[in-house]
Design a protein around this ligand. Structure first.
Ligand code: UDP
Length: 326
């Protein structure tokens, strides 16, 4: 298939593109490089350097490359930032998303795989979270992703859009070529590894008074390659209407303290931690039930072990001490 990957120069987008190319799809990366890296764009993919808000270029790209399907990953995705700057999240995740939906409608492109998030659920009473759990986002990030999911649902009904919304839990780890390199890193695992590499003095633990076994937040970490492979399964399965799938590894998840401990084990380094205040918008526990995607699409995560996930991220960091260094 000829697939447009918005955000294909980003952390998850680059690995999704890698998997598309491996699977012999024609991938066209569409990225503004405002957060992505040109060096992350996979060999074998084409690249259009443009912003989603640029409707004319988007339409032209869909036409010129005779795009048949879109994997839409270009977005802002930080919980804390979204609480401070909701306008940015509504603009980039909702308004620009609608630009994409309308460009697709104009060009008759009706297949869409969307990177959504567990943040749509807020903090449900039951863990692991199933797709039938009520949506109640606790931050503008989750709210903006849910708004786009709703738009897809109505576009499916009225215009025949076929879509899958993949609700990611905590993507982590790296492929051999592609890893996590954010200008202002906010994610726990890369931050812990930066501390191990001597690039920061300590890791601040955002609160240890949560109602969890050790008081720190519990998350469900999923290897970015397993996550990426789910996009291909979803793409091949698109049919009438929409599907929503959670993507995590389930189990009992890992607390912030457990992640730090595993990062110490993997790196063999001291990683000093200091407890600070809670971060706005953080639910105590987020653990996925991914039974639905396993059952319906035959998704099988290969790298569920936190140790394997952190080892891959550490390998990538050691091989790329300055990230993509542009
Ligand atoms: N976290 C932390 N210190 C940090 C970064 C993150 O304690 O420097 C915590 C954060 O509060 C959350 C978990 O680690 O409970 C995972 O956060 P991350 O930002 O990696 O992903 P999120 O869950 O926000 O998608």
């Amino acid at each position: 298939m000829r697939v447009l990957v918005t955000g294909g120069a980003g952390y998850i987008g680059s690995v999704v593109t890698e998997e598309l190319v491996k699977d012999r799809h024609e991938a066209v990366v569409y990225d503004s490089l405002y957060k992505g890296h040109e060096a992350a764009i996979v060999a074998g993919a084409q690249f259009v350097h443009a912003d989603l808000a640029d409707a004319a270029t988007l339409r032209q790209t869909l036409a010129e490359h005779r795009i048949e399907a879109v994997v839409h990953m270009a977005a802002d995705s930080l919980v804390g930032e979204s609480c401070a700057q909701p306008a940015k999240y509504y603009q980039n995740n909702v308004v620009n998303g609608l630009v994409l939906l309308d460009a697709m409608r104009d060009r008759g492109v009706n297949r869409l795989v969307f990177s959504s998030t567990a943040a749509t659920y807020g903090e449900p009473d039951q863990q692991p979270i199933e797709e039938t759990a009520p949506n109640n986002p606790a931050n503008p990030y989750g709210e903006s992703k849910l708004a786009f999911e709703h738009a897809m649902r109505w576009y499916a009904q009225a215009y025949g859009l076929r879509y899958a919304a993949l609700r990611y839990f905590n993507a982590a780890g790296a492929s051999e070529r592609c890893g996590e390199d954010h200008a202002h890193e906010t994610h726990l695992i890369p931050i812990a590894l930066q501390a191990a590499a001597g690039k920061r003095e300590f890791v601040e633990v955002y609160g240890d008074d949560y109602p969890t076994p050790d008081g720190t937040c519990v998350r469900d970490y999923i290897h970015v390659i397993d996550l990426a492979r789910a996009h291909l399964l979803a793409l091949n399965a698109l049919d009438e209407g929409g599907r929503i799938y959670n993507l995590g590894c389930g189990g009992s998840g890992y607390s912030v303290n457990q992640v730090l401990e595993m990062a110490r084990t993997v790196t063999g380094k001291d990683i000093p931690a200091r407890v600070g205040p809670r971060r706005a918008g953080d639910p105590a526990v987020l653990i996925a039930s991914s039974d639905k995607i396993k059952r319906e699409l035959g998704w099988k995560p290969e790298y569920q072990d936190l140790r394997v996930i952190i080892e891959s991220a550490w390998r990538w960091m050691l091989a790329h001490p300055d990230g993509y260094s542009e």
